[in-house]
Ligand binder design. Structure first.
Ligand code: UDP
Ligand code: MG
Length: 318
């Protein structure tokens, strides 16, 4: 019998997690030809999420959990999940019921057909503001233009991954993670399906604007060196103009003599170039900062507790 791990990263989800568990239970009961592992990754929740998970574990032997030592963010919580998942395939799903577990059957169907990464694209985003939709669309269009790997815009983390993909993802241990780019980077056979996104069942979104911005920057800087190159090109063009301008000025002075004027244009030129230099320094800084974090080679996360203490066999490759 094949085992499928349902991976649920959860951060302060006490309001929905019980509902989520009941839904999972009902849906997986229908898929009786598979055995399931419900792997909850508690990402340092400050509410009663962990108590709920322990309660599920007492009642249900399919439940396992990894309790992280603090909040590491969803991207890292998912890596912890990949490390501890035991299934022949892993389905990643949010704890807030925005993604319908009813989609599992279709995912598993395509997996059985031989696909390794069955990702679900959301059809419409109910309950989200136009601002969030607009920023996310623009961002993905931009990312796709500059990144070397394909990032599937409307596809999130809601997907089924074969064990092959999980083994591959375990080896990508960078700290500044952008998992959506990794799915494309590792390759393997992909299949697109769709689902209708629901509004969050309860509780609040865990993403702050700053966290989203950080994820967005990680997406671009991890998959493209384009931002670095753009500034060399712009710098080159500006220098060319400056050079031509200088030559013209020298000739003009030689022919017609010097004239004292042009302070505004001088100041404008200095400010313009100063600005460009600061921006390009900032961009180099973004990359350098990431290099700095990675060279420390720290473990990506620590765990407080794993539900199967006895045979703690971590699958992690290091
Ligand atoms: N999440 C997490 N750690 C975090 C933030 C979020 O594990 O630091 C989990 C959260 O519990 C949920 C999923 O990631 O299961 C998606 O979060 P959310 O629904 O808040 O994001 P949104 O759907 O608004 O993008
Ligand atoms: Mg959500």
């Amino acid at each position: 019998m094949k085992t499928i791990t349902i991976l649920i990263p959860a951060y302060n989800e006490e309001a929905v997690i019980d509902k989520m568990y009941k839904k999972l239970d009902a849906v997986c009961r229908e898929l009786s030809q598979y055995s399931f592992e419900f792997l909850f990754v508690n990402d340092g929740s400050k509410d009663r999420t962990m108590d709920y998970i322990k309660e599920f574990k007492r009642r249900d032997s399919r439940v396992q959990y990894v309790d992280l030592s603090r909040n590491f963010g969803k991207e890292t919580a998912m890596l912890a999940g990949f490390d501890y998942a035991k299934g022949d395939a892993v389905i990643i799903i949010d704890a807030d019921l925005q993604q319908p577990p009813e989609t599992f059957a279709e995912m598993i169907h395509w997996w059985e057909e031989g696909y390794d990464d069955v990702y679900a694209v959301r059809i419409e985003r109910e309950g989200e503001t136009w601002f969030k939709k607009w920023t996310s669309n623009t961002y993905y269009t931009l990312l796709q233009k500059v990144a070397k790997v394909k990032v599937y815009p409307q596809a999130g983390d809601f997907r089924l991954l074969d064990k092959k993909c999980i083994v591959a993802l375990r080896q990508l241990r960078e700290h500044e993670r952008y998992t959506k780019g990794m799915y494309g980077w590792i390759g393997f056979k992909k299949k697109e399906i769709s689902y209708i996104a629901e509004p969050r069942a309860a509780g609040e979104t865990k993403w702050k604007l700053s966290a989203l911005l950080n994820l967005a920057l990680n997406g671009i800087t991890s998959y493209s060196t384009m931002p670095l190159r753009i500034w060399s090109i712009i710098g080159f063009i500006i220098s060319m103009f400056a050079f031509i301008y200088m030559a013209v000025e020298i000739i003009r002075t030689a022919l017609f003599g010097a004239e004292v004027a042009g302070y505004p244009s001088l100041i404008a030129g200095i400010l313009f170039l100063g600005g460009i230099q600061l921006i390009s320094l900032g961009i180099i800084g973004e990359y350098l900062g990431r290099v700095f974090v990675e060279t420390k080679e720290r473990p990506v996360y620590f765990i407080q507790e794993y539900s199967e203490k006895e045979n703690e066999q971590k699958n992690q490759i290091q």
